[in-house]
Write a protein that binds this ligand. Structure first.
Ligand code: C2E
Ligand code: MG
Ligand code: MG
Ligand code: MG
Length: 282
């Protein structure tokens, strides 16, 4: 009987593990095909300048709608793509798409809007990464200051020595660098000082602290630190009006979140932009 019970427990454990494993294998199996069949799309989430109340730029976010697996979250497939190094061609696709979008924005009269692209550590560690960024900018004739690369803290800490000079070269060429998900992991202020960061993205976990009437100044202090270091501070995952009110009071620069807009496909962007009141009408 003991043996049977043990076996049963093992089975339950095994099943959960199996499901996760099966999902991973399925994602891995379909990734290459997905690429060849153009199943990936890049969506863009607007970033709002709090002072002007206007869109100042967008974050590029990958979407994968698989005919076999359905819609797969980037939280799942990015990890697999990194493990299999498939993130290299996939990351190139996103950067090219973003520059193509920037070009069309300019053609539509929106020549000062920025686009931010999430960059995986594996991309940054490629010997030709900087060349690829510069070449892409020049092919699409994009001013480097309109492109922002988003890097997360954890990857910076892992490969600090290699990554820092690379980011500096990109920065010297006027490309913007954002520190993504600040506050999600082990945030260290010393990294803020040592890296050529232009934008601090305060993670949703911090923004979620802003809940109601009795909120404290904690997030406000984070904003102050970023601003005192000369960075643009943007709040991620803003879902509620009271969070926005707080961020306005604490002089945050920008917001990104479902309160204003979800990530949307490019064809819906122009409508959104055109519906904004032009500055000369204010
Ligand atoms: P991230 O870079 O921090 O992107 C922000 C995530 O928060 C996006 O999730 C976005 O849809 C979501 N978000 C924005 N506003 C709100 C809000 O108000 N509420 C909530 N609940 N969520 C909000 P998404 O698109 O699922 O992407 C998840 C993560 O996957 C990204 O986090 C990023 O780390 C990664 N990712 C997405 N696209 C790419 C890519 O092209 N390359 C790389 N390397 N990573 C990517
Ligand atoms: Mg990001
Ligand atoms: Mg983020
Ligand atoms: Mg985040």
């Amino acid at each position: 009987h003991v043996k049977e019970a043990g076996r049963k427990n093992y089975m339950v454990y095994d099943q959960t593990m199996n499901e996760a494993f099966t999902e991973r294998v399925a994602i891995e199996k379909h990734l290459q095909n997905a690429f060849d069949n153009n199943e990936f799309q890049v969506y863009y989430q607007p970033q709002l300048d709090i002072r002007t109340n206007k869109i100042s730029g967008f974050e590029a976010l990958l979407r994968w709608n698989s005919p076999v697996l359905g819609s797969v979250s980037p939280l799942k497939f990015i990890k697999v793509a990194e493990d299999t190094h498939f993130i290299i061609p996939l990351g190139k696709l996103v950067l090219q798409n973003a520059c193509d979008f920037l070009k069309r924005l300019k053609e539509n009269g929106y020549s000062d809007l920025t686009v931010s692209v999430n960059i995986s550590i594996l991309q940054l560690l490629q010997a030709d990464f900087i060349d690829f960024v510069n070449e892409t900018l020049s092919i699409y004739q994009i001013e480097p200051e309109l492109l922002e690369l988003e890097i997360t803290e954890s990857i910076l800490i892992e490969s600090f020595e290699i990554v820092t000079p690379r980011l500096q070269i990109l920065r010297d060429n006027k490309v913007k660098i954002a520190l993504d998900d600040f506050g999600k992991g082990y945030s260290s202020l010393s990294y803020l000082k040592q890296l050529p960061i232009t934008t601090l993205k305060v993670d949703k976990t911090f923004i979620d602290y802003i809940v109601g009437q009795n909120e404290d100044d904690f997030v406000g202090h984070i904003i102050s630190i970023g601003k005192n270091m000369g960075m643009c501070v943007i709040a991620e995952g803003v879902e509620h009006q009271n969070q926005l009110d707080y961020l306005i009071r604490h002089d945050c620069d920008k917001i990104q979140g479902f309160l204003f807009s979800r990530p949307i496909p490019e064809n819906k962007i122009y409508e959104l932009l055109d519906s904004q009141v032009p500055p000369y009408c204010q």
